[in-house]
Design a protein around this ligand. Sequence first.
Ligand SMILES: Nc1ncnc2c1ncn2[C@@H]1O[C@H](COP(=O)(O)OP(=O)(O)OP(=O)(O)O)[C@@H](O)[C@H]1O
Length: 278
Amino acid sequence: MIDLSSSESLVSDDIDLSKTVGEIYADDAKMSMRNVNVFYDEKQAIDNVSLDLARNQVTALIGPSGCGKSTFLRCLNRMNDTIPICRVEGDLRLEDEDIYAKKLDPVLLRARVGMVFQKPNPFPKSIYDNVAYGPKIHGLATNKAELDEIVVSSLQRAGLFNEVKDRLDAPGTGLSGGQQQRLCIARTIAVSPEVILMDEPASALDPIATAVIEELIDELREKYTIAIVTHSMQQAARVSQTTAYFHMGKLVEMGKTEQIFTNPVHELTENYITGRFG
Ligand SMILES: Nc1ncnc2c1ncn2[C@@H]1O[C@H](COP(=O)(O)OP(=O)(O)OP(=O)(O)O)[C@@H](O)[C@H]1O
């Protein structure tokens, strides 16, 4: 179990971490996670976390380094399956379907629940092929015209098309960092996901490229449900409607972003957002 006694000195002994405060349930949940525990070998990284991702909203996962944000995010499309020592327990559902069911194919799940990583990671292929790759392997286009249409519309939705339309055959790795990240978003969108997970998607970008990504996230939520891990509280406040504050593997508080940042209920949340630790 997590040793909470070794918490930061700013955490007084009488702080109650036994249950999450705030609103963890959504009226219209796209994904529902209940009693999730995650272990790396014997070490517990997530301790009994329950929360919903509200449909067509951006949910920000925040908290000090090592509190388990990325670990929890990776549970939502079974990316943790790729880490042999990682074990996930609990009930995790997408539209009421158990995403850890034996019959469920994780590759298909990852098309429905796409992921954008911290560092842009385009394939060493052309811009066109980066976006076309997923639709091709999932058989989403029956001919070249359909594939072209998917590539163009995905690049448009990722806000990149106008910048690359004359060089679709150029390597994706030749784009700027911000453009590469939008290419990765286009690649995720191209397989028609329902949920997009973003793990610090702007942390490797300059402020202008970050602003572009943040605007894009706001537009994307019209069509997708989004969960974003971010170290930047300003970013969480700008892009999300709901915020979940994690501390040492536990979900301490969750609620409307405005409330979390202006009037947090839990002392630990307040300490974090006022910059007293983290
Ligand atoms: N592949 C792994 N093997 C073993 N332990 C891991 C692994 N990945 C994460 N952990 C541990 O799990 C805990 C949670 O890590 P995680 O990366 O999820 O936290 P985080 O809140 O996302 O941190 P950060 O903000 O620094 O990225 C940490 O103690 C970390 O060392």
